[in-house]
Ligand binder design. Sequence first.
Ligand code: APR
Length: 239
Amino acid sequence: MKKKIAVLTGAGVSAESGISTFRDSGGLWDNYNVEDVASIDGWYRNPGLVLDFYNIRRKELASASPNAAHLAIAGLEKDYDVTVITQNVDNLHERAGSTRIIHLHGELTKVRPEDSCNDRDGFSEAKVFDIGYGEIHLGDLSPDGVQLRPHIVWFGEAVPKIESAIDAVEAADILLIVGTSLQVYPAAGLYRYAGRNTPIYIIDPKDVPAYDRRITHIRNVATAGMEEFRRILDGQKAD
Ligand code: APR
């Protein structure tokens, strides 16, 4: 039976692929007002501005590639039962070969009708369309004539997949956290669901607000940090 590893990632895991983080200097929230482009109120105020913001990011993603950290996380599946829980909306974990991915904040390459959350059964994946790296504009409608919107969880909206993320963290023998400032809930609180004796490794060049005796901080960027993490795992296996 393979040991279970839950891997929680944030924008930092994609930084070395050239994808902007949010809160580092020069990050997305230095250049855009998050309320205008990544909140449900911003969508109702100015949907065209929101559509442009995600069209730009989708286009950037088309020319980005998974980096060695994404590949190393996918490589863990050889020896471990891995669940990736990502706050990222890029598709770099998929393209690196990870096979079990929970996108807590949605997916940049997907869109859905703007009224989809009004479904009686909660959020229905059936109405999600994959547009790859294409654009959507005002007037682009779903088959039943509803304006399409990015399949992204915005500030002010529920996080439909948080329960399955909690399940994965609770079940994990090891929790790895890569490249997140742990500022945005509920994702930032996930590590508290790890078992009492579950080791938690955080890979980040900076300190992050997580204070817990189970934590080992690998103070490095994601690519080098993953090499260090793999050495720790291999050392444990050799014991
Ligand atoms: N390798 C590893 N970590 C890095 C690297 C790198 N090369 N570069 C930066 N980091 C770290 C930063 O130190 C920081 O802790 O990645 C983290 C990025 O933090 P944020 O920019 O806040 O991104 P994230 O934590 O993913 O944001 C969470 O906020 O705006 C919302 O929905 C958005 O999913 C996002 C959520």
